[in-house]
Design a protein. Structure first.
Length: 158
């Protein structure tokens, strides 16, 4: 599934849970494409919260990750898809989605570990995605630092 031959974020989450005693993992995925592989791996697992910001609809690959896809079984409610309906979304939209959608859910989930899957095809000059995220600092690093600052304020479960 997807563009990855080896899903390093999914492997890291599984290893952290199996070998390091981590109980709750938040995976934040921002990319122009939905991380269908990551979501598929964890969609029935309530110990991993998967949050993806991506383009969706109108035949855009892979065609998965609608807002209605929230997980299944024990994992229902642990997939948060934030689909962009068209091209042209940029820094302001990403920041608003992080602040208003992702962080409230992350605070409630209270992860022990946060992993980031960061694709760079949401950058303004990438011809495939048609998005408008800034290509130079601070914007790409700003997304990461926004997640880090927000997650640092999460309550500790240790």
């Amino acid at each position: 599934m997807g563009f990855c031959l080896l899903n390093n974020v999914a492997v890291a989450a599984a290893v952290a849970r199996a070998r390091l005693g981590v109980q709750r993992v938040l995976v934040v995925d921002w990319d122009v494409h939905h991380g269908n592989g990551i979501q598929h791996i964890f969609e029935e697992d309530g110990s991993v919260l998967y949050a993806s910001l991506h383009r969706y609809g109108h035949g855009f690959y892979p065609g998965t990750g609608g807002a209605h896809a929230v997980g299944e079984g024990a994992g229902r409610g642990f997939s948060l898809n934030i689909p962009w309906s068209s091209a042209g979304y940029g820094d302001a939209e990403y920041a608003a989605a992080f602040e208003r959608l992702l962080m409230p859910v992350a605070r409630e989930f209270a992860p022990d570990l946060v992993l980031v899957a960061a694709g760079f095809d949401a950058a303004a000059r990438d011809p495939l995605g048609g998005m408008e995220a800034s290509e130079t600092p601070p914007a790409p690093l700003g997304c990461l630092s926004f997640v880090a600052r927000g997650c640092a304020a999460l309550p500790s479960t240790a």
